[in-house]
Design a protein around this ligand. Structure first.
Ligand SMILES: C[S@@+](CC[C@H](N)C(=O)[O-])C[C@H]1O[C@@H](n2cnc3c(N)ncnc32)[C@H](O)[C@@H]1O
Length: 238
């Protein structure tokens, strides 16, 4: 009998990308404004991978940049990695559909179509965007971007999700690094791969507050992992 695929067996951080509309909901971009009044928003998508957020944000006139170690690879290599990730992720979703909320995305097939469309949009933009400097080969917990160079840093499906791979100290260092670069940091989801609130969340919140940051957990109008409808919002001053 084939071995059952479970979320805990995904131990590598896989390239798998979401769209601007999903980012808008995951980070409540409409409900909680962030940009300087009257100016084009400056945003960083850390661990942006093959998400189309940056490409679509630039289309809207935003100043958007994404950082990911994935961008060391050329387009063909990234396409190959996406294909490998697709097999793993879709097998997991089809094996354990009860872990997910099937409302705005109604089925595994719809999910696959949505994600592939977002990643195709990323791939279209990738070579031009890399040349223009918006896809930067960088990895947390240390980024090369200058202090206070963006209004908002977003981390989607990177921190907390891979809680088994990275400890609380890594998470804290990563969030502090994002808060160095950005006036505000938002992280989603707060669940680990097994769908439980990350064990690192409370220690990271406590350490951030003790260091003088504003750190709060807020509801967002998005859930796909069951129970995953909250984000962490961090600002430099409490
Ligand atoms: C599951 S994908 C999420 C992509 C995108 N943020 C989204 O939600 O659609 C996670 C991404 O994190 C990247 N990654 C892995 N380690 C990283 C690190 N230390 N710093 C930044 N990104 C990292 C991976 O290469 C991968 O592209």
């Amino acid at each position: 009998m084939a071995e059952r695929i479970t979320a805990e067996r995904i131990t590598e951080v896989l390239p798998w990308g979401r769209s601007f509309d999903e980012y808008r909901a995951m980070f409540d971009l409409d409900g909680r404004p962030f940009a300087r009044a009257g100016a084009a928003p400056r945003v960083l998508d850390v661990g942006g991978g093959p998400a189309s957020f940056t490409a679509e944000a630039v289309e809207r006139g935003w100043q958007a940049v994404a950082c990911d170690p994935l961008y060391a690879h050329d387009k063909a290599a990234i396409e190959g990695r996406i294909e490998a990730a697709r097999a793993q992720i879709m097998a997991l979703v089809r094996a354990e559909p009860e872990r997910f909320v099937w409302t705005s995305i109604e089925s595994p097939d719809a999910l696959e179509r949505l994600r592939l469309a977002a990643m195709a949009r990323f791939l279209e933009d990738y070579e031009t965007g890399r040349e223009a400097g918006r896809y930067r080969t960088e990895a947390l917990p240390a980024l090369g971007l200058p202090d206070d160079s963006v209004d908002l840093a977003l981390a989607s499906h990177l921190l907390f999700l891979y809680s088994a791979q990275w400890d609380a100290a890594f998470h804290l260092a990563a969030v502090r690094e994002l808060a160095r670069v950005a006036a505000e940091v938002r992280v989603f989801p707060l669940l680990d791969m097994a769908g439980r609130t990350s064990a690192h969340l409370e220690p990271v919140l406590a350490a951030l507050r003790a260091a003088g940051y504003g750190a709060e957990v807020l509801p967002v109008p998005y859930a796909f992992q069951r129970g995953g409808d909250r984000m962490l919002r961090v600002t430099r001053r409490a």
